[in-house]
Design a protein around this ligand. Sequence first.
Ligand SMILES: NC(=O)c1ccc[n+]([C@@H]2O[C@H](COP(=O)([O-])OP(=O)(O)OC[C@H]3O[C@@H](n4cnc5c(N)ncnc54)[C@H](O)[C@@H]3O)[C@@H](O)[C@H]2O)c1
Length: 353
Amino acid sequence: MSEANFIYLSQEDAVRCGAGDVAATVADTERTTLLAYRGKAIEAPTATLFWGVPAEKLKNFVGYPSKKRANIHAGYLDDDGVMKVALKNIPSNPDNPLNGKGPRASGLVTILDPETGYPVALMDAMVISCMRTGALGAIGVKHLRRPGSRSLGLIGVGPINQAAIACTAEVMPELEVAYVYDLNTERAKAFAAEFSRKLHIDVRAVDSARAAVADADVVIPATNVQTIDDAYIAPDWMKKGSLLVDLSIWDATFETLARADGYVMNSAISMERKTMTPSVMVDRGLAKEEEIIDLGKVIAGETAGRRGDGDVIVYFARGMAIYDVMCGYRVYENALKNGVGKTLSLWQSAFWS
Ligand SMILES: NC(=O)c1ccc[n+]([C@@H]2O[C@H](COP(=O)([O-])OP(=O)(O)OC[C@H]3O[C@@H](n4cnc5c(N)ncnc54)[C@H](O)[C@@H]3O)[C@@H](O)[C@H]2O)c1
C-alpha cells in the first residue's frame, strides 16, 4: 500500500500562512455562520475532559467544575461543494499565565482528507482558535450594534480579547474609544498601550468592570469566570442600545441576561451545548428558544437582529469546530501553495491493510 504523509505547521508556520490574518478570519467566520444556517455544516458534540476534581463533581455541572480542562471538537463543512473536515483539541488552564507557564491554552488542529479520513495537516491551533473567537464576536458587532456606536468595553485582556479588539476594529470603522479592565492592572495597561498604537484608537485602562461597561456601546467580556455564581455584570450597568457579546459565558448575571430586549446566537447548533448559554437560559425559563435569533439568518438578510435603537441585545457567541475547520483549511491551502511546513510520515508502508 502507498505511504501516508501529513504536513506539520508550528505556530510560526501557521502565522506565516495567515492564521493571524484579521480580515480573512472575519470573512471565514461570517461565511461559516451562513453555511451553518443553510444546513451545510456538521458539528460533533464537544467532549470536555475536566480533571483535578472528584469525578462525582462533574455530573450535570453547569459551568466549569475545574480549571484544568481539555475540549475535543470536530466539524465538517460543505463549502460550495468542497468538503472540509477537521478536528481540534484545546487543553487549558487559566492559571498558566499567573504561574509563569505561558498562555492559558494550547492546541492542535488536524485537517483530514475527506475521503480516507487520514490526516493531511497538523497545525498549531492557538492563533487560529483565538482569532476565530475574536472574529465570532466581531461578526455579531458587525450585524447587531446600534447605528452610531463608537465605544467598546472589554473585560479581560488575554489572547481572546486581543483578537476581539483587532477583529472588532476591522468591522467597526467608527470605533473611537475602548475602555478596558482586567483584574491584572499591569496587563490591562500594556494592552491599552499596545492597541492604542496598533489600531489608532483611544484605548484606556479603567479601574473597574463597571467603568468599562458604563459608556460602552459594545461590551465584550473574555475572562476566566467559572460559574454563574461569580457573574458580576449587573442589569443597570448596560447602556441603552448597547450590545453584550457573551464570549466567555458567566460574566453577566442571569438577571442581566433575562432583562435584555433581544437575543441572538451565532448558530442554532450551539443550543446542543446544554451546560452553556444560550441553552441554560431556555432550560431555566429565562428566554424562549424561538426568540433567540440565529445570526446566520441576519447575515442572510432574512431578518433583523436588532429591532429598536434603544434595545439591549445579548449575542451568545459559542465557538465551534466548524470555524476552526474553515480557517485551518485556509492556512493549510496557503502552506501547500507556499511550501511551508515539515512533511512527516504517518506510515511508509501500512502495518495493516
Ligand atoms: N466563546 C468562545 O468561543 C470562546 C473560545 C475560546 C475561549 N473562550 C473563553 O475566553 C476566555 C478568555 O480566554 P483567554 O485565553 O483570553 O484567557 P486568559 O486567561 O489569557 O485571560 C483572561 C483575563 O481575564 C482576566 N480576568 C479573569 N477574571 C476577571 C474578572 N472577573 N474581571 C476582570 N478580569 C478578569 C484575567 O486576569 C486574565 O487577564 C476564557 O474564559 C475562555 O474559555 C471563549
